[in-house]
Design a binder for this molecule. Sequence first.
Ligand code: SF4
Length: 552
Amino acid sequence: MEERLIPISCLNAYVYCPRRFYLEFVRGMFEDNLHTEEGRSRHEVVDARGKEGRAVKKEEYIHRRSVMWKSDRLGITGRLDLLEEDGSGEVYPVEYKKGYKPRGREPWLNDRVQLCAQGLLMEENGLPYPGKGYLYYIASKARVEVPFDASLRNETLKTIEAGLAVARKEELPPPVSNRNQCFACSLYPICLPEEEEVIRGRKVNAKCILPRRLEDQVLYVDKLGAYLSLSDRQIVVKAPGGEVLGEVSLEHLQEVVLCGPVQMSTQLLHSCLYNQIPVHYMSLRGRYIGVASPSLHRHGLLRESQWRAHFNPAFSLKIAQNIVQAKLASSRTLLMRYLRDQKKEPEDSQLIDQLKRLIRQTETALDLDSLRGFEGMGGKLYFQQFQRFIKPVQQELFAFDGRVKRPPNNPVNALLSFGYSLLAKDCVGAALRVGLDPYCGYYHIMKYGRPSLALDIMEYFRQPIVDSMVITAINNGVFSAKDFLIYQGTCYLNERGRKKFIGQYEMRKKDHVTHPLFQYRMSYERTIELQYRILGKYLLGDIEEYTGFRIR
Ligand code: SF4
């Protein structure tokens, strides 16, 4: 197979960390963080100053911007920010960097190698090899000369060789030993070096380098007939009569959730999608309908591995086993936690043992159907005790004698159903954010319109996020009979109830929890995303064991 040319920006990545080079160049993976977004927008400004490749005379200098060159012989390609020719006729490259000029030290080696590779490209394309290049630091509006001496040239040629060798080997290199570098690396959420070490048993605690919580907000609108439009990057929500109900900035908005008959202008929908903000649709009764999502994440390779694993029954079974085991284990832990403070019933310890046995039995399951059988039995045992979690003073309104889903038949089932729908929505959103296909799962059967992967991952979080929140809210007297619509045996939250529920749910998602495996604390919503990332690493073959979240 013909070898791909290495973009010179990837040489920069190689010197920084060979693993980063592999993820970017071989797997074509990229994640933005504040640094990369700022760097890109600064480069766009620089590129916009001149037409591609065209010479512009500026005082005694001649400038050519955005010059694209390649060398098949060396195996590299790249766009040169600026080629400058000074009054003496010497031509050299100038590379723009967004930060500040280094003080008391020479520029980082990765930046010098990237610049020197531009000199090599000039030479390969018929220009004399320059004796120097410049790094221009945008923040300090200053340039630093970089001499292209023999040692830098050799270092650059060695980097190209090493990069080509890593690409040929098709094996993820080990992480850098200096973890401080990882703090500034936008690929951390994909690479997860600390978490990988824990999963491989080489470490007990992982350093938390991921942001611990999502700062962005969720906009929910469930007012019948409300209309959302855009004005000056503000979302304006109006009631059917035209009264303004609220305004929310598009900045720092994570997603929009529309419940029931709520309209949105096309212009606003465009802006949401352009700004990578998904718009979720739910029915007024809390059923998750679907999502208008920004274009698919560019991690095509990740989705390819996801689909391949889906068609491999042994692989699917392994993932499904972990999901069911984690769900049963969380049910058991939650039961033990709630029953601890109650008057002991003779069957309690039997029940806990039964759940333990079921967990063990899942290991012997030969197919998904038997797993579903174990999960069903566990769910029945768990929900049989649910009533005991509710304080006696609340048991009149919140009487519960089993889980009924469609339609919910009492306030407890209405609360659980609405919570699971919100959780499904969040699991779809997180799958899209990390680049997985929410509709291709392993445990839940694929069916038209069913986000089976999101439902799979949701199994880890039903009890810790929704069930715990519902029990606490009921026991704290958050909900009353006025929050429900009860009609002909069905029960749903009304507008007032939904508003209360959404407030409680969003708070719960932001609660911090100690991750059972990595031992650091982070919000539940980040934990959902992390679970997808771990799955992604397993699907790509970067870790041999798949492991899922469970309550401790
Ligand atoms: S997170 Fe660290 S180990 Fe991973 S690619 Fe970035 S720098 Fe390398």
